[in-house]
Structures are given as structure tokens and as C-alpha cells.
Design a protein around this ligand. Sequence first.
Ligand SMILES: [Zn+2]
Length: 427
Amino acid sequence: MPDVFADLVGQDDAVDTLRRAAASAAAVLRHAAAVHAAATAGPVDDDLDALAAEAEAEDAGNPVDPGAGMTHAWIFTGPPGSGRSVAARAFAAALQCVRGTGCGECPGCHTTLAGTHADVRLVVPEGLSIGVGEMRALVLRAASTPSGGRWQVVIIEDADRLTEAAGNALLKAVEEPPPRTVFLLCAPSTHPDDISVTIRSRCRVVPLRQPSAAAVAEVLARRDGVAPDVAAWAAAAAQGHVGRARRLARDPEARQRRDAVLAVPRRLTGVGAAFDAASALIEAAEAEAAASVAEIDEAERAALQTALGAGGTGRGAAGAMRGAAGQLKDLEKRQKSRATRAQRDALDRALVDLAGFYRDAVTAALGAPVSPVHADTAALAEAGARKWHAEGALRRLEAVLECRAAIEANVKPRIAVEAMMLALWKG
Ligand SMILES: [Zn+2]
């Protein structure tokens, strides 16, 4: 039976760290239960006594390893798709596991992974940043006693999107953590741009690496039942991004969008074509983003209307309608913010694909003995390499990476992409 860590692809070191920390956390709980029993029970409770003895024996058997200990704040770092949030959720499940191991079978493991455990809160920023209001409310709730008797766990995905004020609210909680509260942050890196130095100094870091294509292919075949040859192709094309590999393997539309992106280098035959290619790329990203949020937008609107009792009449209905209009406006604002982020993410994926193509051209020009990122356009990349040589291919790769950096720095996407297309055409 696979345990909660089975989906962490190619992360043996991190899994080892988390398993030991979960065991240590379970020992803390056993010890607390034993102390509590000794203090309150007159006659000795044989079962708990036995448990305590077991815990002590374990402690004695394993000389205290400070690296294995439990900590109240953790940061999971790694490139996109390496499994930061998968790791954080798996660790949360192990903390809530009734066996203390993350067995994958007990109610604690199940409810945590399903997102329904009462003592696990997950923050997934939908807009471009996590605000202070949301963080304060979260910190307050996280301080309460865990209802399940184990831990209060707060998972913050994309902790690099915390506003400064939200970061400060979180820092206070991390500096003086309630005894049974654990914060799990996910961020691309521990660079000060991603996470403040003071928060970083209070956290234990679990670095995740980009999984190898072979490891990604193996999990696609084993867990998702993808045919081995398709799995191998998708894993290479996704460049170590597990979720992206799964979409490429299973979603024909994702494959079509990728094909369209990889057709760009061929289409750059002049200035007009460069601008056309820029428009096509932006519009494809918008369409992909719209498709990805449409369903959830509609479900949220329907749920809110139901909650507000749409169409109600009678006494109080007018006042209720005014309140409803405000809530609807809030929802629309949140949805707009999420749509903007979805567009950026979709465009970034396209740019990563394009960068992979020019990277293939660079390695081909240099005769480097590495397999191409995009096996299906390898011949085209080789033709480019002959025409551009290593330097020209490298300049084009840099143009794509500069475009990503510019968008990250808030340059308007269309302007950044147009500049990139012109650079790719001129070389
Ligand atoms: Zn379990």
C-alpha cells in the first residue's frame, strides 16, 4: 500500500527528512499523553504507561538527532512542478496520521489529502498576492487547540506571494508558535525576493530538486496508467514539471497548444509575422486561462447565489439584495485576479516550452551529448543550429528568458512578447 509520500517524485532526501520529522512529532504527542495521564489519573493507566515506555525506549534507542526533530515552521523550496505543495500536503497528512507515519490508509491521512481535515488549513492565493487580512484571520484560527488532538497545520502555497504586511503577520506567529501549530510554507527558493530573511531564519528548509525525466515517466506510468512511450515523451517535454507532464500525456488540447508554441520559430519570417506570432501566443494563453477558470467561476457564482437565496422577496429582501450586490462584487474581483494569474501562468508555460526549443538548438550547435527537451522538434532545432550557430541560438534562448524576466517584473505581457518575437526573428 503506497503511503502519503508515494507521489513525491524523485525526492528521496526530502522524504527521508519528513518521515523522521513525522516520527519525532508522533513521539512528542505520545510523550504529552503519557505526562497528562501521570498527572491526572490516580491509578496508573496500563495502556498509556506502556505507550510512554515505548516512546522512551524509542528515544533511548535512537540517540537524539537534532536533524530528525520536529519543528514548528518549514519551508518547501524547489522549481515549479517539483512537488512543493505535494510535499507539504503529504507531511501534513503524516502529522495527522493516527499511526504517526503517513500510512495513507487511516482517516487522518485520508481527510488531510482530501482537503477536509478540520485541523489542516490550506492557503492557495488566487490573486497575485496574499493579503494581510487573510493572513491575520489564518494566524488567529491556527492558534486554537487542534480538534483532532494532534496538530494544527497551516499550509501556505506560494508563500513568495505574501504581501509585506501579511509576511509580518505570519512572522509573529512563526516567532512565537502555539505549542501544537505547524506552518508549512511553499516557495520557489529561500532568496530574499521569495521569502523574508526573518521568516526564513525561523524555518527549517526542505529543498526539492527538479525530478529526472525518468522518475516523472515512471510515476505517470505507474500511478496514472499512461503508456510507457507516451509517459517518456511527456516527461521529457515537460522538463521536470510533474503536473505539466501529466496534462501533456492525457489532454489532447494541452498537446495542441504546445504544438502551436513550438511552431513559432518556423513562422518568424518577417516583422509582420513576428507581431502575428506575438498576438497568437498572447491570445492562446488567454484562451487557455479562460478555459481553466471558467468552470470554477461558474460554480462559485452559483454557490453564492444559492447562499444568498437569489430571487427572494418580502420583508428584508431589499436589504439582503444590497448586501448580495457587495458580495457578488467581491467575488468578481477575486475571479478577475485569479484570471490574471492564470493568464500569466499559461503564458509562462508557453515561454518555457519555447525556451526548451532554443535550448535544443544550442546543444545541437555545440554537439552536446544530451537528449533534446522536445524530441518531436529536434530536427527543426538542428536545422536552426546549422543556420544560427551556437551564438545565434544562445541569443535567441536569452531573448525568451529575458521575456519571462520582464513579465515577472510587471512589463505588460504583449510588449514583452512582441520584443521577444522581434529578437527571435532578427537573431
Ligand atoms: Zn495514516
